[in-house]
Write a protein that binds this ligand. Structure first.
Ligand code: ATP
Ligand code: MG
Length: 451
């Protein structure tokens, strides 16, 4: 075991001692605490960092706990049997405890370190020279290890760059994180434009944290956002899908989506949707708003939300617009519908990738709408047994709430679900008799039939 020293660079921090802040070990996940102690026992310095510290200081429950350390990925891998190294762009170690994953990263140096390497290599313990930029200034790889103060400055926002140690329970601040938590500001560390160019996803993160924490985006951090939004075109659609889910499942989907509609980066995630909801009073626009609200309420009481439901709601206004545009033409409605579904999904896939299982489920939610509305004896039981019934029923209720007249279909399905077998049979029977009159009328042969 190595002797443990304070990490170099710590002298640049403002330090808050244990009795000057509200963070306590008991609010931190036990597993994260275990990792912090274990790394300490092995002679490394390890800190809770990022959202864990920020959210605890704000009195919120962190979504996950991230740890930063001077141990290198291979050290961490060796110490924790339940760990694996992931990522190429950033090497990160995931330590798994059942369903919880603790993410551990090694202190990283700023990218300029590459240019200073000859002089600084021994001091900075840089073992691996693995950093690369694209011609637009974007970071492609970032595995140059550095000191804690350097690690702090390459994080995105000041409020995400606070460090907590279980060694003496101090909080360390290398930027203006503590001040910005107090004045409720999202402030980029360093030159905002340069930092957005390095990683354009930071623009989306600024909007996300602003909505999630109800913080203002500080003026200089906000200024380049619309001007540089186009840089998001260079981000893989898979990363944009991940980011879209983080944006909408953080518990503040309504406010987050409002920011995405207000600032240009939103167009690079949900372009077709943002265009299609221009008329905020249209039922499809209202449905999306209600679905976002519903998402927030579900998450607030610990329920889950599926990407399939979210994307079904996000693309509903686009789907309706496409269907309406085709309606004047002489085409069968079923065909218009299925072409609109395919076109709306393939268009969205040019923005964010969506795993196939989710687009398939979104389609099923849409397909079930028509069947739930029509309700006839033949389809009631199969609709009810459909794995997507519950989601489709919730969707149907939102459509009614948004102002669509669906002939009380929502209430019918609510009654059906709470009814016992006998009541259900009676409901189906009634449907059948009212539909049968129309259906069973013998079809008279007309002249046109023979043509
Ligand atoms: P939350 O987990 O609540 O979404 P978080 O701040 O913990 O918020 P993570 O995505 O978990 O965000 O990242 C952990 C930390 O890693 C961040 O707080 C930040 O310090 C750093 N980080 C993450 N993404 C970036 C990025 N694109 N650029 C710079 N630093 C980043
Ligand atoms: Mg986090």
């Amino acid at each position: 075991m190595k002797p443990q020293n304070s990490p170099p660079g710590i002298e640049n921090a403002i330090r808050l001692s244990r009795d000057e802040h509200c963070i306590s070990r008991k609010n931190i996940s036990k597993n994260a605490v275990k990792v912090l102690y274990k790394l300490g026992e092995e002679g490394f310095n390890a800190y809770l960092v990022g959202g864990g510290v920020r959210d605890l200081l704000l009195g919120n429950q962190p979504k996950d706990f991230d740890i930063a350390t001077d141990a290198e990925p291979e050290d961490i891998r060796r110490i924790f049997r339940n760990s694996r190294i992931i990522g190429r762009r950033f090497k990160i170690v995931h330590i798994r405890f059942g369903r919880e994953i603790i993410e551990v990263t090694t202190f990283r140096a700023p990218h300029e370190a590459l240019n200073e390497i000859a002089d600084d290599a021994p001091r900075k313990r840089i073992k691996e020279l693995d950093s690369a930029h694209s011609s637009s200034g974007m970071i492609l790889r970032d595995n140059v290890y550095g000191n804690i103060d350097e690690d702090a400055l390459r994080r995105d926002f000041t409020v995400n760059s606070l460090y907590y140690t279980v060694d003496n329970f101090e909080i360390l601040d290398f930027s203006s994180g503590l001040n910005d938590i107090q004045s409720k500001q999202i402030r980029m560390i360093g030159d905002p434009e340069e930092r957005y160019r390095e990683d354009p996803v930071r623009m989306l993160r600024a909007l996300r944290f602003s909505a999630k924490l109800k913080f203002e985006i500080e003026k200089e951090t906000r200024e380049p956002i619309n001007r540089l939004a186009h840089l998001l075109e260079s981000i893989s659609s898979a990363r944009l899908f991940d980011e879209s889910m983080k944006l909408l499942t953080g518990g503040q989907a309504v406010d987050t989506f409002a920011l995405l509609a207000e600032f240009d980066p939103g167009k690079y995630l949900f372009g077709p949707t943002i265009e299609a909801i221009e008329d905020a009073e249209a039922p499809a626009s209202k449905l999306l708003q209600l679905a976002l609200k519903n998402t927030d309420s579900r998450l607030a009481i610990g329920k889950s939300v599926t990407p399939a439901f979210l994307y079904a709601a996000l693309l509903w206004p686009v789907l309706q617009k496409k269907i309406n545009m085709q309606q004047s033409e002489e085409q069968n409605p079923g065909q218009i519908y299925s072409e609109a579904v395919s076109s709306c999904i393939s268009e969205q896939l040019t923005f964010t990738s969506i795993p196939k299982r989710f687009t398939a489920a979104s389609r099923e939610i849409w397909d079930l709408q028509n069947r739930l509305e029509r309700r006839n004896r033949r389809n009631v039981n199969s609709c009810f047994a459909h794995p997507r019934f519950r989601a489709a029923y919730d969707f149907l209720l939102l459509r009614e709430e948004s102002g669509e007249n669906l002939g009380e279909a929502g209430q019918w399905w609510t009654d059906f679900q709470i009814g016992d077998t006998k009541q259900r049979d009676e409901m189906i029977e009634k449907l059948n008799s009212s539909n049968s009159r129309r259906k069973r009328r013998p079809r008279r042969k007309t002249n046109s039939d023979s043509h």
